[in-house]
Design a protein around this ligand. Structure first.
Ligand code: ATP
Ligand code: MG
Length: 416
């Protein structure tokens, strides 16, 4: 007989279960709570998009587009890409649906993303993000609102203390272009020390050399020209308004003049919330202003700003959520009791009580199951109790036991 091999999972994917799933779910639930407090509407969107959505907006030469996208031709011959990020798809949805009438529009999304990366702790090929965007707002107030929201999220997850907001401005297009030329000149004089990747970036987008993780690149980036020397008056005012807003709200921030974002579309505000608790994968949340993006997708010039955070990275940072056990575990003994227990547990659950049934093994095994589940009560239903219309309710906290009329169980458990 030939042996059937179980297929391996795709490299860089995970099955998230147990405590890891509780952490994951807690991050998403906290995000949903916070985004509602800030008036962000949820958006469920396709995982697949036409490849052009990303190729055009992220920049052909970015790492994501040039090396990381999962793209394929579908059976109709169209080039499709598994979304590697949310922003471009949200911008596409904004244009497709004619949402200009709602501007400024506050949108929140979460779900899986796909990038062909080298898998390691905190870096996967299928990962998940929470994402918040404000589309159609040119005012620094929008940047400020998003940053205060991100800060509140981290506070509610109780990780704000270990995470620092690194803030920068990339200036307006004019400032950015001047800085760009200065960087080309500077790095051009240091070709001999640049990594191979950064030599390529020198021709395509030198800003991204500042984002390099190569130690030699980092060494030379240290003394590179700074955006501050090229900022227009308008760009300076914009940045000043953002920092004043953060100060007014009591959100701590640190200027990081080296900070650039991986994608081409950023202008003005750029930021990352960084921790030293996750090794090399220390950026938990990143974003900024992307005033040029919607135009690149064929829309009218539309200012926008947003951020995204990796759910797995946030989930690793938080304390394990305390999950309460069920209200009760039912233990039916005997055939009649087993049948009766089906109605009893259905009634309890319909009354909003969390219940489980232990119907396998001897009494000792079942009590162990009830105790291990962290339940408040075990409800033991034997034939004698059943004949009297009762059940034995045992408090698992103190071992105290009482007979309770079956129809009174929901009330009894609800009160206890
Ligand atoms: P990095 O520099 O770590 O590659 P990035 O700039 O590519 O990050 P963004 O595109 O800004 O990341 O995504 C925002 C957040 O999503 C990151 O800060 C991180 O928390 C998370 N993230 C990005 N890529 C991955 C991945 N491959 N696996 C897990 N989380 C990721
Ligand atoms: Mg990346």
């Amino acid at each position: 007989m030939s042996k059937i091999n179980t297929p391996n999972p795709v490299r860089g994917t995970q099955d998230i279960y147990g405590e890891a799933e509780e952490r994951f779910a807690h991050v998403v639930a906290t995000f949903n709570k916070v985004r509602r407090l800030y008036g962000f509407k949820g958006l469920q969107m396709p995982v697949i998009e036409p490849t052009a959505v990303f190729a055009r907006s992220l920049g052909e030469t970015t790492d994501v587009v040039s090396k990381e996208m999962y793209s394929f031709e579908d059976r109709g011959g169209d080039s499709i890409t598994l979304r590697p990020e949310f922003t471009a798809g949200i911008a596409r949805a904004y244009l497709t649906n004619g949402w200009q009438q709602y501007a400024p529009m506050k949108i929140a999304a979460h779900g899986p993303l796909f990038r062909y990366e080298r898998p390691q702790k905190g870096r996967y090929r299928q990962f998940h993000q929470i994402d918040a965007e404000i589309i159609g707002a040119a005012e620094p107030a929008a940047d400020v609102e998003l940053l205060i929201m991100a800060d509140q999220l981290l506070r509610e997850l109780r990780i704000a203390d270990g995470v620092t907001l690194n803030l920068n401005t990339l200036g307006d297009t004019q400032s950015r272009d001047k800085w760009h030329s200065a960087l080309v000149e500077y790095f051009g004089d240091h070709r001999d020390v640049l990594s191979e990747d950064s030599l390529r970036r020198l021709d395509t987008n030198p800003l991204r050399i500042l984002d390099s993780k190569d130690p030699d690149d980092r060494g030379i980036s240290f003394a590179a020209p700074r955006i501050d020397d090229y900022l227009s008056g308008e760009a300076q005012d914009f940045f000043a308004a953002v920092t004043a807003g953060l100060d007014a709200a009591g959100v701590a921030w640190k200027r990081n003049a080296q900070l650039v974002r991986g994608l081409d579309y950023y202008r003005h505000t750029a930021f990352e919330f960084i921790t030293d608790r996750l090794g090399a994968q220390g950026t938990v949340l990143g974003g900024g202003r992307y005033d040029g993006l919607i135009e690149q997708l064929g829309g009218k010039p539309t200012p926008a700003v947003g951020w995204a955070a990796g759910i797995e990275r946030l989930a690793m940072l938080i304390d394990a959520p305390q999950i309460a056990g069920p209200d009760a575990v039912l233990i039916p003994l005997g055939h009649a009791a087993e049948t009766a227990a089906i109605k009893i547990i259905a009634d309890l659950r319909r009354a909003g009580l969390a219940c489980d049934m232990a119907y396998k093994g001897n009494m000792k095994k079942r009590m162990t199951k009830a105790n291990d589940s962290g339940a408040r009560f075990a409800i033991i239903i034997g034939d004698t109790e059943l004949a009297a219309g009762k059940a034995a309710v045992k408090s698992l906290a103190d071992g105290e036991q009482a007979d309770v009329m079956i129809e009174k169980l929901p009330e009894f458990l609800g009160r206890a």
